[in-house]
Design a binder for this molecule. Structure first.
Ligand SMILES: CC(C)(COP(=O)(O)OP(=O)(O)OC[C@H]1O[C@@H](n2cnc3c(N)ncnc32)[C@H](O)[C@@H]1OP(=O)(O)O)[C@@H](O)C(=O)NCCC(=O)NCCS
Length: 171
């Protein structure tokens, strides 16, 4: 495994049980989402160190997931999607994010899917760097706008589409 960082002492895996008062869940929203997403079939992967969650990654297939500004994305059949990742502040800058992304690509491939998708906000420098480092290649750039209750999206500077009607962008 080419981790890109020193992973000694960390356990990587899908975790169905974590302590909900783990400091990585720094808000009630995050704790609630953990319970609700597992119940909906999404999978929670992460690195643990001494029983604590140092970094986590949500992983899903064939589903609709939230994007920025309240837009939603449909994950095409046959692809795995990594989303809502977080490294606990005191574990940042140690390569956990980039390493976890690589490991999830391997997990996805081992399950028979050759395509792994991920998205991040264009101004999220840390996330973009980690994604690049993990070997992902940019395939599209979506712009999303919210005007009141409406959501508009366009891909690669193409035509705007009202995604409040269809509710989803197909990634
Ligand atoms: C984005 C995030 C997950 C990165 O976690 P991490 O484990 O610290 O990332 P890594 O250590 O693997 O670093 C990846 C690259 O980003 C760089 N990086 C990390 N934080 C950075 C920052 N704040 N600004 C610029 N670059 C940064 C690292 O130096 C590394 O690049 P390098 O190898 O060239 O040095 C973490 O900052 C985080 O949890 N942010 C809040 C939530 C978020 O934005 N999630 C991503 C969207 S899904």
């Amino acid at each position: 495994m080419d981790s890109g960082g020193d992973l000694s002492g960390y356990t990587f895996g899908p975790f169905e049980r974590v302590t909900l008062d783990d400091p990585v869940f720094d808000s009630k929203d995050r704790r609630d989402r953990f319970v609700e997403r597992l119940r909906s079939g999404h999978r929670f992967f992460g690195f643990k160190m001494d029983g604590r969650v140092a970094a986590y990654f949500w992983f899903s297939i064939s589903c609709v997931v939230p994007l920025s500004l309240g837009a939603k994305a449909e994950i095409p059949t046959g692809a795995g999607y990594i989303w809502d990742c977080r490294t606990a502040p005191e574990f940042r800058g140690r390569g956990l994010y980039a390493s976890g992304l690589r490991l999830l690509v391997d997990v996805n491939r081992a399950e028979g899917r050759s395509l792994t998708l991920i998205a991040c906000d264009a101004d999220n420098v840390a996330s973009r760097k980690g994604i690049d480092k993990a070997g992902f290649v940019q395939s599209a750039c979506w712009e999303i706008q919210r005007i009141g209750p409406l959501r508009f999206a366009r891909k690669d500077s193409g035509a705007w589409q009202n995604v409040s009607l269809s509710r989803v962008i197909v990634l």
